[in-house]
Design a protein around this ligand. Sequence first.
Ligand code: UGA
Length: 472
Amino acid sequence: MQLAVVGSGYVGLVAGACFADLGHDVIVVDNDEKKLSALNRGEVPIHENFLPELLHRHRGAKLKFSDDLETAVRASSVVFVAVGTPPTEQGEADLSYVESVARSISSAINSYKIVVEKSTVPVYTSDWVRKIILRNGAECEEFDVASNPEFLREGTAVTDFLYPDRIVIGADTERCAAVLREVYAPLADGTYYLRPDAIPRPDRAQIPPPLIVTSAKSAELIKHASNAFLAMKISFINAVASICESVGADVQQVVQGIGTDTRIGPRFLNPGIGYGGSCFPKDLMAFRSVARECGYDFSLLDEVMRINEDQRQRFIRKVRSALWTLRGKKLGVLGLAFKGGTDDVRESPAILLIQSLLQEGCQISAFDPAAHDRAREVLNSNVRLAESAYDAASGADALLILTEWEEFAALDLKRLRAELKYPIVIDGRNLYDPVVMAAGGFTYYSVGRPASSPEPIPPAAVEPRTRKSTRS
Ligand code: UGA
């Protein structure tokens, strides 16, 4: 099929490349000339496993890049809209890019088209897109509007797309649902997975994935509700971790105990310094606004957001209780990206923590395997970007682990200890076993577990147990 994908951000570019890998002819449209020429030159603008292979495989053949939206619409039977929906100051999703694309699509319609929302949008968006297209001259039988939310995670976006837990098609007519079923047929009927050149299957993949057809509104809600639920799981376990810290329990044992209940499941129960990224923070606020507009006070989401912010404050308190005063302290930091496996620093808890620590007068030397260029754009030049994890630790009063990169969980502990001025590690991602760290000569603090050390830790150095409400 001939498809157009509007927007070449994470979702648009990955979707475009994956649709081409499924055998479709795809035009990815963007109005950013610089990005288009980089893509046409063969550059890969984001750090994403398997994306370079797919772009190399299909660029110039099944996958083309263009700034001409109207020509792309005329040539295509399905147009996926994957433009940005950034938050407004009130926390709602700004849908002006979606509206502007809908207007341009309207004037280009020359035969039956399906316009598919791929960006994360509020529940009433499909109605509005339909109205805008009609208002700008298209006839109602010439098009359908559908919602086909994407559940890919940054860092594993290509495998998430090609090996999804489920495919959700929100279509209000059978004609529209049938066309979208055809788009995903190679995944839903399993033929893609038989190909020798298929992108390798990740662990846990269920093939073929179930394809769920819903109304457009239900599909829009599925996306917001999924992200809100996952964020709630993270905040829930972070709240439990705080209780563990107060009573001396071990949150990892609690996670094992509750995560093995198949009704709960172990995923997204990793405690840490809170969730970040371009999706959860924005989508929670947007979902909260949607609920408010519908007349429902979804205050549970406020609490999820509050716990998330509190988690960073608790971490700063932990650094302070390990080091006493912060002014002038030299800290090695591992991790800048909002999570491992990506170079994205948007709403990164690591960056937010570094900014707070700088305000406290700390000197920071940070290392991230992929995010230095992006971090440089947002961090003040006082932060030294180190050449390796060991370089970041060199001469530091303590080492902070802020992003869950796999390589940070496999450091040479002897070498690390030799680099640090004091062998103190404050791990915001629970990458190490406290017993192993103490045996390696470290005083080790993590999230929701008792601190460990070769020597008994004097009470003043342990994070204060507070009986105050966490609202304070
Ligand atoms: C998230 C969802 O997981 C995707 O399903 C969704 O498609 C995407 O948003 C989106 O809406 O586009 P993503 O933001 O790429 O994906 O990253 P996640 O892997 O979900 O991680 C988000 C944040 O939560 C990260 O900061 C991560 O470190 C944190 N996290 C995740 C935890 O603190 N604990 C966990 O157990 C899992």
